[in-house]
Each structure stands twice: as structure tokens, then as C-alpha cells.
Design a protein around this ligand. Structure first.
Ligand code: I3S
Length: 122
């Protein structure tokens, strides 16, 4: 007995290429500019790299989201693209995330939601 359940949060998701657009920086609206980023989820952060090599080389991220106190929601109004979800940070910054694969979008949405939940309780 006492074995840890599989897939309990925090969930670590290996990097994947996702489209990201930061649309607000601390409540200041920004021009939407979709960028394909190498995205990595840790227990308490979502990290955006230019590409996989940058992560491997421990290069600085393009941007990083602190998950504690963040909110995630599907969003079909701020883009004509499919499978868009929005992450709003506890400082009011807003990020849209998108991929054409519905299963990939669902996987990331669920994992990020779980880690927001556990990072916010921690
Ligand atoms: O909400 P918008 O302004 O229609 O978003 C589009 C713009 O970001 C556009 O860039 P320009 O403003 O430089 O044209 C992008 O190319 C489009 O992809 C954006 O629309 P979608 O529906 O793809 O988020």
C-alpha cells in the first residue's frame, strides 16, 4: 500500500510546439502576435522557449507564466483559430494558447489546469 497514484498533479508535460500570443501584459493590452514556441510545463510554471534546443542548452525563456493564482479557460472569442485557451496570471497578464490538434489542446489544458490547482494550494 501507500503507492502514489499515477497522474496525480503536479503533472509534468514534456515540451511540445504550441502557438502562443500574449494579449495583455499586467492588464495593459498588447497587439496579438502568434508565435510558435517550445512549451514546457513544470509543477508551477509554464515556460516558453524559442525552440527545443534553447531548453536543452538552458538558454533563457521567451517568457514564463507563474501558475499560482492563474486562471485557465477555453476561449472562442479572441481568435478565429480553433482550440484556443486563455491563461490569465495573478498579475492580469493574458496569454492565448493554440494548436490545431484537439487532443493536444485538451492534454495541455487539463495538465495546466491541474498544476494551477496544486500550485495555487501550495
Ligand atoms: O484579433 P485579431 O486582430 O483579428 O488577430 C489577428 C492579428 O493578430 C493578425 O495580425 P495582424 O494584426 O498583424 O494582421 C494575425 O495575423 C491573426 O492571426 C490574428 O487573428 P487570429 O484569428 O489568427 O487570432
Amino acid at each position: 500500500g501507500g503507492g502514489a497514484a499515477l497522474f496525480e498533479p503536479p503533472v509534468k508535460v514534456k515540451g511540445e510546439h504550441l502557438n502562443m500570443a500574449k494579449i495583455s501584459d499586467g492588464r495593459k493590452k498588447q497587439r496579438k502576435n502568434w508565435t510558435l514556441t517550445w512549451t514546457v510545463l513544470t509543477s508551477d510554471q509554464l515556460l516558453f522557449y524559442k525552440d527545443k534546443q534553447q531548453q536543452t542548452a538552458l538558454k533563457p525563456t521567451i517568457d514564463e507564466i507563474h501558475l499560482s493564482g492563474a486562471v485557465i479557460d477555453w476561449n472562442s472569442e479572441k481568435s478565429s483559430r480553433k482550440n484556443v485557451f486563455q491563461i490569465t496570471t495573478n498579475t492580469g497578464s493574458e496569454y492565448l494558447m493554440q494548436t490545431d490538434s484537439v487532443s493536444t489542446a485538451n492534454k495541455w489544458y487539463d495538465a495546466i489546469r491541474q498544476n494551477i490547482s496544486s500550485a495555487t494550494k501550495a
